[in-house]
Design a protein around this ligand. Structure first.
Ligand SMILES: [Zn+2]
Length: 139
């Protein structure tokens, strides 16, 4: 395996701590950066989903589960519902900004256009799951 093909992993706890560092310095501005980071990660996830063939959104949902981002995912045309997002934490309503970026990238691949992805409900705020609305165009 060449160095460029290496992957790394970190735990949910480490991810939360890294996010807290960014938020302590940048407050809300960090959310936009997490989303951008998610878009970078989403490119690889979308590529791996494409390689599976079949329904792209269904394959992308499977990749998200298998790679540990969520415990279940249903990606429909304009709404993505996930359970067990790795970013969810207590008192962290609508905090799933990395996943928001990942989903924006997945749907951008699917529709071949830029998309805006907005978290409309979050398990961190007490909802049964996290739901993301997908809209064409950029806000
Ligand atoms: Zn959430």
């Amino acid at each position: 395996m060449s160095p460029d093909e290496r992957t790394i992993s970190f735990s949910q706890q480490e991810l939360q701590e890294i996010k807290e560092i960014y938020q302590s310095v940048m407050n809300l501005a960090a959310n936009g950066l997490f989303c951008r980071a998610g878009q970078v990660l989403g490119q690889g996830i979308a590529k791996r989903a494409e390689q599976r063939g079949g329904s792209f959104l269904s394959a992308a949902a499977d990749v998200l589960v298998e790679e540990g981002w969520v415990t279940s995912a249903a990606l429909d045309r304009e709404l993505a519902k996930v359970e067990g997002c790795i970013e969810v934490h207590r008192d962290g309503d609508r905090s799933c900004n990395i996943l928001r970026g990942i989903l924006a990238e997945i749907y951008a691949r699917h529709y071949e256009t830029k998309l805006f992805c907005h978290e409309v409900e979050c398990a961190g705020g007490g909802a049964p799951r996290c739901s993301f609305q997908i809209r064409k165009g950029v806000l």
